[in-house]
Write a protein of this length. Structure first.
Length: 186
């Protein structure tokens, strides 16, 4: 049973929604948690994702296997990112300070009296630069890197979600890492 109330008049659709929840909710929660790093926000993302699925249940019922898993991952990831952006925007409007492109305070770690401000700023810049390099990768490489390192998926799960072999996933990861090394000149 869904822990929150979503009732569809059609019994077949209701069962499909509940089956999606029972089968995929743990993976969805974990994906959201990796993005949001907060239990309550991840729970909100899970609930919001199921509301979106509820509104598009026919689309989900027409899919199966890898296509279904991929769509669920995309919905969950996008919902978690929306929540993160909303929280960042709220934080910007409620406090003063300097923020990077992701809305994180550039001086977040300065409360530590031993912190080196210059080092903190440089690290934040490196993170932003790395994200832009990842964003510039070809789609196939970018997707496997994000699924592996940001969503914490194993290569077997990625292969299943994308409908490719584990060897192809490994190859894409290696090519992406090689491309990133070249871009970052390391």
């Amino acid at each position: 049973m869904l822990p929150f109330i979503l009732t569809i008049g059609d019994e077949t659709k209701q069962k499909a929604l509940e089956e999606l929840y029972n089968t995929h909710s743990i993976r969805m929660y974990n994906s959201a948690y990796k993005i949001l790093e907060n239990k309550h926000d991840a729970e909100d993302a899970l609930q919001d994702t199921f509301i979106k699925i509820y509104k598009n249940i026919d689309k989900f019922m027409s899919l199966s296997g890898d296509d279904l898993i991929l769509l669920i991952i995309i919905y969950t990831r996008n919902t978690a990112r929306d929540i993160r952006r909303r929280k960042i925007t709220e934080k910007k409007h409620t406090s003063e300070g300097y923020y990077d492109d992701d809305g994180e305070s550039v001086f977040a770690d300065i409360s530590d009296p031993d912190a080196n401000v210059e080092e903190i700023v440089i690290n934040k810049e490196r993170i932003a630069e790395t994200r832009s390099f990842i964003d510039s990768l070809p789609t196939a490489q970018r997707d496997v890197i994000i699924m592996k390192y940001r969503l914490g998926m194993r290569e077997k799960e990625i292969a299943k979600a994308l409908g490719i072999s584990e060897t192809a996933v490994s190859s894409r990861v290696l090519r992406a890492k090689d491309s990133l090394r070249k871009m970052m000149k390391i």
